[in-house]
Design a protein around this ligand. Structure first.
Ligand SMILES: CC(C)(COP(=O)(O)OP(=O)(O)OC[C@H]1O[C@@H](n2cnc3c(N)ncnc32)[C@H](O)[C@@H]1OP(=O)(O)O)[C@@H](O)C(=O)NCCC(=O)NCCS
Length: 155
């Protein structure tokens, strides 16, 4: 059950600047930001609570720059944004590229159907993303590469 009411909608001009600010505040991947890649969560139909995108490469796609403003966390908003991104990408756009995420919170993404990839077989773009995270967004935690599995028992 949602603790607060929110809707997940494609990002529009009205929200894109706030999304970019949120990305800077939360120190997320700020490269190649394109409004049309983003979906946003709105509370009371107008307040930006969170955002996220799927970035498309030649051989893979990536859930990227997902953030929920602190005040709105733990209401299921991050989960809904990620589920909407994946639904839109795979079902609506019928895109079959494998979807990855590079993250420091693997437990969070496991619940959403992602699995840790240990073999060195991921696409170069995803390895490059990992390198970017390690060098440009350093944190004490370890960055791991995960891939979305449509058949995950966690779904
Ligand atoms: C990670 C983030 C997007 C989660 O958003 P959220 O809306 O608070 O998360 P949800 O409410 O959808 O959480 C769903 C579940 O994940 C759990 N969870 C939330 N944050 C978590 C975290 N950092 N690590 C592990 N689990 C977490 C919740 O407890 C909840 O569990 P439940 O379903 O068993 O109750 C948000 O904390 C955030 O913006 N963090 C900073 C930016 C960031 O780390 N982005 C991810 C980049 S890869």
């Amino acid at each position: 059950m949602n603790k607060i009411n929110y809707s997940i909608v494609p990002c529009t001009e009205n929200y894109f600047e706030q999304v970019i600010k949120g990305i800077e505040i939360m120190q997320l991947d700020n490269r190649e930001l394109k409004m049309n890649d983003f979906w946003v969560a709105l509370v009371e139909n107008s307040i930006l609570a969170g955002f996220g995108r799927i970035r498309k490469y030649t051989n893979a796609a990536e859930v990227c720059s997902v953030g929920v403003f602190e005040k709105y966390r733990n209401n299921g908003i991050g989960k809904s944004i990620i589920q909407q991104l994946i639904y839109n990408f795979t079902i609506i756009q019928k895109n079959t590229l494998p979807i990855y995420v590079v993250t420091i919170i693997p437990k969070y993404f496991e619940k959403l159907g992602f699995e840790i990839i240990k073999e060195a077989s991921y696409p170069k773009e995803i390895y490059d993303k990992w390198l970017y995270c390690v060098s440009e967004l350093p944190v004490p935690e370890e960055y791991v590469i995960m891939r979305f599995n449509h058949l995950s028992p966690n779904l």
